[in-house]
Every structure is written in C-alpha cells, then in structure tokens.
Design a binder for this molecule. Structure first.
Ligand SMILES: [Fe+2]
Length: 156
C-alpha cells in the first residue's frame, strides 16, 4: 500500500530508506541499552553515570522519531518493532544484570562508537540521493559524537 508519494526516484529512495531504517533500528536500540544500563549501574560514580544515561535515552528517542517521520515523509513505512530492531541494530551484546560504573561507561563507549560508525556511512550514502535526509543524519551524528566524547572522558 502506497499512500505517500515520494519526491525521490526509486533508486535514490532505496538508498535513503535503508539509511533511515537502519538509523531507526540503531537509535531505538540505543535508547533501550541506555535505559538498561541506567537501571543496572552500581558503584561510586552511580549518580553521574545514571543521570548521563538518561540524556542518551532522551536524545535517542527524539532522534528515532525524527528519522522515522522523515522516512514516512518520503513514503516509506518506518519499522520500529522490537523484532525488527533486534535484527537491524548494530549495537553489540549488552551485559546482563548489575553493571559496575566503569563497565557501564565502556559499554556506552562501544555502543555509541558502533552507532556513530554506521551513521557516518549513512551520511555518505545519502549525500547525493537526498541531502535533506543527510542533514538530519549529520545532526544526529553530531549529538552522538558529543555523548561518545563524554563517556570516553569518564573512563579517561
Ligand atoms: Fe530513571
């Protein structure tokens, strides 16, 4: 069923929809991972790590909405279902149970690093097909890289 007509050619739309759908899976999973660690972190740095993780959750949720709605605006149905996210996310395994603060921080460094690498590929792939989507992906990558810096500094 096609309700929304895309302004892009079929070829460009395929590239851009893959980028946006991949970004959606990564961002939904990032919000879940950050909440999991937010609830399970223990240790002397509990308070600062616990609070910073909610900044990541808020950022990931906001940006997941932006990429999903950009897909919809291009006539592509966004898929944020749990099963789709589980298959599509580029984030590795999240530790089970309580997590000490250093492990919590390194888990976030790894998760953000994985998502950022994929986001930068999407920035490149969308440059010609759709600079409007690329602009969204660039802004998201900038926010993720800021968080990546801060978590790396925590374990510095
Ligand atoms: Fe909370």
């Amino acid at each position: 069923m096609y309700v929304v007509k895309s302004p892009l050619s079929d070829e460009n739309l395929k590239t851009v929809s893959e980028a946006l759908q991949g970004a959606l899976a990564d961002l939904v999973d990032l919000a879940l991972v950050a909440k999991q660690i937010h609830w399970n972190v223990v240790g002397p740095r509990f308070r600062s790590v616990h609070l910073q993780l909610d900044e990541v959750v808020a950022l990931a949720r906001k940006h997941s909405d932006t990429v999903a709605e950009r897909a919809a605006a291009l006539g592509v149905s966004p898929d944020g279902r749990a099963a789709t996210v589980a298959v599509g996310s580029g984030i590795g395994v999240t530790p089970e149970g309580w997590v000490d603060d250093s492990t919590a921080v390194s888990t976030m460094v790894d998760a953000l690093g994985a998502v950022i690498a994929r986001m930068r590929e999407r920035v490149t792939s969308t440059e010609e097909p759709d600079p409007v989507s690329q602009d969204i992906l660039i802004a998201i990558t900038g926010d993720l890289e800021k968080q990546h810096w801060m978590f790396q500094a925590e374990n510095g």
